[in-house]
Ligand binder design. Structure first.
Ligand code: HEM
Length: 211
């Protein structure tokens, strides 16, 4: 039995539901991000809400495009039958990652949780850029299996925001820690999980091929 189609279908469902949730939450339910901003307690730097919001919307837009374009390029049909589309869509992904990282760079110093969270987000910025650039270099040198591996590693970071919010919910609502501590813990736990998850997937694939 080939497991990949199931994993891919699961990824499609989770990504679609999440992109819809992000758009509805940020455009309809809380367009001013008031809920999120209410947790920012006397930050070291003064946050300018209008500029922050504009940058946040650009960030969300490009993050959603990265999520969608990456997902499309993982479909077998995309890279086996429509190579030129795969290439153009791949550059859409890389450009979206670049803008999501640039906007994240602006927001990081104001992150909920102060300096600790800022460091975490800057670490994420570096990791996401390096993994995406490595995937690009591999395909420019026609190393397809390595390109695929690094793209999976890069794409995992599209789930950063979802994972941070899920884990914050666990630490805050289920364990009872205060919101800001939960957010910072959620951030660092997400970084660890997003690095580990692709390696687990590669191990599972290797085991499956052996048996
Ligand atoms: C690709 C999927 C992503 C989506 C859909 C997304 C979405 C969002 C949204 C909606 C916010 C506003 C606050 C909130 O409601 O959480 C936000 C904030 C932020 N995002 Fe992203 N994001 C994504 C990935 C990333 C990645 C990979 C990074 C880092 C490399 C990042 C860095 C940031 C930063 C620094 C903030 C501000 C956090 C704060 O003020 O505490 N995001 N993101």
């Amino acid at each position: 039995m080939d497991r990949r189609p199931f994993i891919y279908k699961l990824l499609v469902c989770v990504s679609l539901i999440y992109v819809l949730y992000v758009l509805i939450n940020n455009v309809v339910i809380d367009p001013g991000a008031e809920m999120f901003l209410s947790h920012k307690t006397s930050p070291g730097r003064e946050l300018k809400p209008r500029i922050w919001l504009t940058v946040m919307y650009i960030h969300v837009g490009f993050a959603c495009i990265a999520m969608a374009s990456g997902l499309i390029n993982f479909s077998t049909r995309s890279y086996e039958k429509r190579r030129s589309f795969h290439r153009v869509n791949g550059y859409v992904y890389v450009t979206s990652v670049l803008f999501a990282v640039l906007t994240s760079g602006y927001m990081a110093p104001y992150a909920t949780g102060g300096k600790m969270s800022s460091i975490g987000f800057n670490l994420l910025n570096i990791l996401w850029l390096v993994m995406t650039a490595t995937a690009l270099v591999h395909i420019l040198k026609k190393r397809i299996p390595l390109h695929r591996r690094w793209m999976i590693r890069s794409y995992a970071f599209c789930f950063t925001n979802m994972l941070i919010h899920l884990l914050t919910l666990v630490f805050h609502q289920m364990i009872g820690l205060d919101y800001v501590t939960s957010y910072t813990l959620g951030l660092y736990s997400s970084i660890a999980l997003l690095i580990i998850a692709p390696e687990v997937l590669f191990r599972m694939e290797a085991n499956y091929r052996e048996h």
